[in-house]
Design a protein around this ligand. Structure first.
Ligand code: NAD
Length: 271
């Protein structure tokens, strides 16, 4: 989607005058969320392990007429959020939203995995939400409230073969979202999750390129017969952070083209 068709930052947006933080904002869903937040008028700090990629996202925001800072950060490191919050001060807008996007899967069964594999996947996908949210909650509380959106996965509600650590972590992210929603509702901090199905990000495209023969995967398993586009995950994520979602907290919004809606029985295909 072109930057123009995302809408100029002058459109009456839900994020005007508000700052957002996006982890893993250098690619895929995180970049799309940063651009969508900016399209809604918000300023944004984009963090990513790949510093250049974060800076490129910030450049794209500025190209839209928005304000952004891109920086290198690692959600598995203790100093990740202090760096993001330092950058936030330069934007000089009150913080309203944190988008915890960083995560990745590992295709291993329990009997194939090392302890380091397990710890790495849990740290990146689950502990990172705790680690990144903690200092933000204190700030949002001081600001009178705000929103946290955690990017979980359909793997948080439905098991996937050979993905034990990832599904455990994403299932944990769904439950952590609910618990944080309960704990901080009285501080006017809403906490929600999105559960994307397969989304065509550079990582997924790279996997398909390396594994020819799987091009028809979505045709076979997804009722809508296609991958999500990153902006189709970004728009509902930004909605959950907006005032339009003012009574929504603790929710996990499934965005999957019907992938987890039900089981398809091939015997009824011709009925
Ligand atoms: N793409 C999908 O099909 C899909 C489906 C469901 C859920 N998700 C979830 O969405 C989120 C984003 O996935 P994506 O496919 O857009 O990712 P991606 O792999 O396309 O991009 C990930 C970005 O995260 C950055 N990153 C990796 N490790 C990091 C770290 N430790 N700290 C900071 N940044 C880091 C990378 O540098 C990269 O820029 C993840 O949590 C993923 O589990 C993705």
């Amino acid at each position: 989607m072109s930057l123009e068709s995302r809408g100029a930052v002058t459109r009456p947006g839900s994020a005007i005058g508000r700052a957002g933080l996006v982890t893993a904002g250098g690619a895929g869903i995180g970049r799309a969320i940063a651009l969508e937040w900016a399209a809604e008028g918000g300023s944004v700090v984009v963090g990513d392990l790949d510093r250049e990629a974060a800076i490129e996202t910030a450049r794209q925001v500025e190209q839209m007429g928005g304000r952004a800072i891109g920086l290198g950060m690692d959600v598995t490191a203790p100093d990740a959020m202090p760096a993001m919050l330092d950058a936030l001060e330069q934007l000089d807008d009150p913080l309203h939203a944190l988008f915890n996007v960083a995560g990745a899967s590992l295709a291993k069964r329990v009997d194939e995995m090392t302890d380091a594999d397990w710890d790495g996947v849990l740290d990146l996908n689950l502990k990172s939400i705790y680690r990144c949210s903690k200092p933000v909650i204190a700030l949002l509380r001081r600001n009178g409230g705000g929103a946290i959106v955690n990017v979980a996965s359909t793997a948080g509600i439905l098991a996937e073969n050979r993905c034990s650590a990832y599904t455990a972590a994403k299932g944990g992210a769904v439950m952590l979202t609910r618990n944080m929603a309960m704990d901080f509702a009285r501080d006017n901090i809403r906490v929600n999750a999105v559960c994307p199905g397969s989304t065509m990000t550079p990582r997924i495209q790279g996997w398909l390129d390396r594994h020819p023969g799987h091009e028809d995967l979505m045709d076979r398993i997804c009722p809508m017969k296609r991958y999500a586009r990153p902006e189709e995950i970004a728009k509902p994520s930004v909605f959950l952070a907006s005032d339009a979602a003012s009574y929504i907290t603790g929710a996990s919004l499934v965005i999957d083209g019907g992938l987890t809606a039900g089981v398809r029985f091939s015997i009824f295909e011709d009925a």
